[in-house]
Design a protein around this ligand. Sequence first.
Ligand SMILES: [Zn+2]
Length: 233
Amino acid sequence: MSAPSTTVTTSTTCRSCNAATGGAQFCPTCGKIQPLPRGADYFAFFGMPQKLVVDLAALEQRFHSLSWKLHPDRFARASEDERQLSLDLTSQLNDAYRTLRDPVARVEYLLSLSGMRKEGQKKQQAPPELLEEVFELNESLDELRETRATGGSAAQMTGLRAKLESAQHKFESALAGVDQELAGVSAEWDAALDASADESARNKLMERMNEVLNRRSYIRNLVNGVRQELAET
Ligand SMILES: [Zn+2]
């Protein structure tokens, strides 16, 4: 999270009464709004550990509560500085919530915090278990475009559509499989944190997550491509 312009402090003591704030948005002693400590991330914003299995109902509740407490309307008569802080923190709150409520964006974000998100040169390569399906799909797509361009018969088009729809289902189920895999690694990550796993173990898990994300993005592009082609047919 980039530091808002008004945030120059690196301490976690209240700007107003000097009491310890623990990095919270409001001083627990005097209740004044506080800038986020430098380097605070989205997880810290919600007072959460950097874990990947998230109780969405609790997250939503915290979001609504913070939204209300930080709302700029509540700072209409506050100092210019506090008004600006409420705007900055509200905007960061919205970004943080959007990211953390989505299981894929959440993993992407965790990896980006450690510089472990790497799109990779293999992005354009089909995952080995899908090679054959991808090959067939490309053939069907070529055939479809050619048939469309040369004005093929209705029966031909119907046959090709059916082929593409079946490919679409295959890739959608592959995508669901990858999402399950991501949920599995996410749970492993949380268990590793609970067990105070060392850096090398954590890095290995992050590399696996990165690989799953790359595979996911490849398959999602295929699904979207087929969907678009079918919509045009
Ligand atoms: Zn205070």
